[in-house]
Design a protein around this ligand. Structure first.
Ligand code: ZN
Length: 385
């Protein structure tokens, strides 16, 4: 039985690699999650009796200065068509407001707009004007609001953290890191969030209000996206799902995965994108460091598979920022030794769905890249969806 499962997973893996949509050009997309999210409060001293802090507990809201330094690196690296390196910045569009939540008797987690910080709003728009920073929609809270609220009401440590602006409270500790997992599906009951359609629509409208355009792509918080959410997101106007190679859902109490090839057409004609280079220089794994990523990129270019880099905001803020920026610069130096085309996630999605044609996300100018595909790959890709 175990052997059979191993064979099945081997075949799935290889048929997925084989069936990725490819392009004549060397494509590079840089996807980065969690922007705008007020993570830990760097001015709060974590009491040391709560537990072991996770790596993620050092994530914090980006500063204007950190953004400007990141933009400089992106601007320094230009592709063969004259585009600067573009970062698709996936945003959490709201942050909990502890004071209002308390005032309203913990009836709900009250959310405030991320654009209340006018300096940051200016800095995000500056990245857009420089054509290096392209916001897309990540989510509204990143946590399951029901589980989060329950925890704040019933656990004094969770309440203390919440009131001190440590967003994600108990999830900042190894012992309870999946406590509020995840925005769209409750991992304890497997239930889809109540009013998911309204929740997502409001979030996308908030995104439009802040950035001035609709987000065509998204990546679900923690990659948790049960099938039903694909329909919900499509109804709300999303056309492309980032990270389609790792879509998590919960069923009968266990965590399950769906893994789609790049370019798979899912329900409601939503196109799945796929991440294939994990670049997290601030974390310890050797596969996530610059040297390993360079080799992966060489291999992907050889196979004409678009390089889609997964690199979280966490790398570029706080204590990790200096080193990670140097690593990013080194990675981009390597990438730009090739004849390469930088795209945003939604540009890549549009090109896949529109015979290689796409509108530049910053200028609206129409460009084309050249698809390499065959009917067998297409059948294999879409067969599983
Ligand atoms: Zn995230």
């Amino acid at each position: 039985m175990l052997e059979l499962r191993k064979i099945k997973s081997y075949l799935n893996y290889h048929s997925r690699i084989y069936s990725h949509i490819r392009f004549k050009e060397n494509i590079v997309v840089i996807e980065s999650d969690d922007w705008g999210k007020n993570a830990n409060n760097p001015n709060f001293d974590f009491p040391n009796n709560i537990g072991t802090r996770t790596d993620w507990s050092f994530d914090q809201l980006e500063s204007e200065n950190e953004l400007e330094k990141l933009y400089e690196i992106l601007e320094d690296h230009v592709d063969s068509s004259g585009n600067k390196a573009k970062l698709t910045a996936n945003f959490i569009v709201a942050n909990p407001d502890p004071q209002k939540t308390k005032e309203q008797g913990y009836h709900t987690v009250v959310l405030g707009g991320i654009d209340e910080n006018k300096e940051l709003l200016k800095a995000w728009h500056s990245g857009m004007q420089k054509k290096v920073f392209h916001p897309q929609y990540h989510g509204r809270l990143h946590y399951n609001s029901e589980l989060y609220l329950e925890s704040i009401k019933s656990n004094s440590t969770a309440e203390l953290l919440f009131n001190n602006n440590v967003n994600g409270g108990l999830e900042n500790f190894v012992e309870s890191q999946f406590e509020y997992y995840s925005e769209y599906q409750n991992h304890k009951t497997n239930a889809l969030m109540v009013d998911a359609q309204e929740w997502v629509q409001d979030g996308l409208l908030e995104f439009k209000r802040i950035f001035g355009f609709y987000s065509k792509s998204t990546i679900a918080p923690n990659y948790v996206i049960p099938d039903k959410m694909i329909e919900v997101l499509s109804t709300a106007g999303v056309k492309y799902i980032q990270g389609g190679n790792k879509m998590i859902y919960f069923n009968s109490g266990s965590q399950k995965y769906k893994n789609y090839a790049l370019g798979t057409t899912l329900k409601k004609q939503i196109i799945a994108l796929a991440r294939n280079v994990k670049f997290e220089p601030c974390r310890s794994k050797k596969e996530w460091q610059v040297d390993f990523c360079k080799k992966s990129i060489d291999t992907l270019f050889r196979k004409n598979i678009p390089v889609v880099i997964d690199t979280h905001r966490f790398n570029y803020v706080g204590k990790h920022a200096n080193r990670s920026r140097k690593c990013l610069s080194e990675l981009l130096d390597h990438i730009t030794t090739y004849d390469v085309r930088f795209l945003t996630s939604d540009e890549l999605g549009e090109a896949i769905g529109n015979k290689g044609n796409y509108k530049n996300a910053f200028t609206g100018e129409v460009s084309k890249i050249h698809i390499i595909d065959n009917p067998l790959k297409k059948i294999l890709r879409n067969w599983v969806s």
